[in-house]
Design a protein around this ligand. Structure first.
Ligand SMILES: [Zn+2]
Length: 233
């Protein structure tokens, strides 16, 4: 086995490891912060707050109606009770009774609208709560799949690590160190294959002499453009 081929295989293993690790992180993130649940919950909170406001508005009108009704009863009792005989006083009571009746009819309209709003928001809250419960159960299903995937990924790692270990033992320490340094500086890709006389990482042509040298069993040739180690079949 040539050194560059071993490094190339090491690179392939590291790409697999990187893919596994990044997918694991992604899964963890998804499970930890499920945006759909947060959104559905915040909708429930908003609608519940709106329902509270509608409830208060309705109660306020309802209390006003009760109070005015009581007042009207009292005024009419006085008006028709026969105790008051003073015409001026009776006239005032009549006027007050008419004003209260008027006001009560306005309040009845308001009360009707407030009740409508209240009922709408009660329905909206019910819908939002149902939605939240749906989203929660969907998320649980989704997450059970994700957790299964995470377990599968976890199972793959030991064999990849094992292969990596034995491969690493075949590579000279200085080349391994150069590889690790490149891995860090070149976005996780230290070794590039020469395909159709070009570096497969940066796409730039590689001189024929360099391709020949890259095929030798021990020499490591670097791409003159991107600086990666070259592997040529
Ligand atoms: Zn290159």
């Amino acid at each position: 086995m040539s050194e560059s081929f071993n490094l190339f295989r090491l690179q392939q293993l590291d790409l697999i490891r990187l893919k596994i690790l990044s997918r694991q992180r992604e899964i963890e993130k998804t499970i930890n912060s499920d945006l759909n649940i947060q959104k559905a919950q915040s909708l429930v909170d908003d609608v519940r707050e709106q329902l509270n406001v509608a409830n208060q508005a309705y109660t306020k009108i309802h209390d006003q109606v009760e109070e005015r009704n009581l007042k009207l009863k009292y005024t009419q009792a006085k008006l028709f009770g026969g105790q008051i005989t003073n015409p001026k006083e009776l006239q005032d009571l009549e006027a007050e009774s008419a004003a209260l009746t008027n006001y009560l009819s306005e309040l009845a309209d308001e009360q009707f609208l407030a009740l409508e709003t209240l009922e709408e928001r009660q329905k909206a809250l019910k819908a939002a709560e149902e939605n939240l419960s749906d989203v929660k159960s969907q998320t649980a299903t989704k997450h059970s799949k994700l957790m299964g995937e995470a377990r599968q990924l976890e199972d793959k790692l030991p064999s990849v690590n094992e292969q990596r270990k034995s491969l690493r033992a075949q590579i000279s320490p200085s080349n391994y160190q150069a590889y690790v340094d490149l891995l860090k500086s070149k976005g996780g890709r230290a070794v590039a294959e020469v395909i159709d006389s070009s570096c497969n990482a940066c796409g730039v042509r590689v001189a024929p002499g360099d391709i020949q040298r890259a095929k030798s069993p021990s020499e490591i040739v670097y791409c003159k453009t991107c600086g990666r180690m070259l592997y040529a079949k």
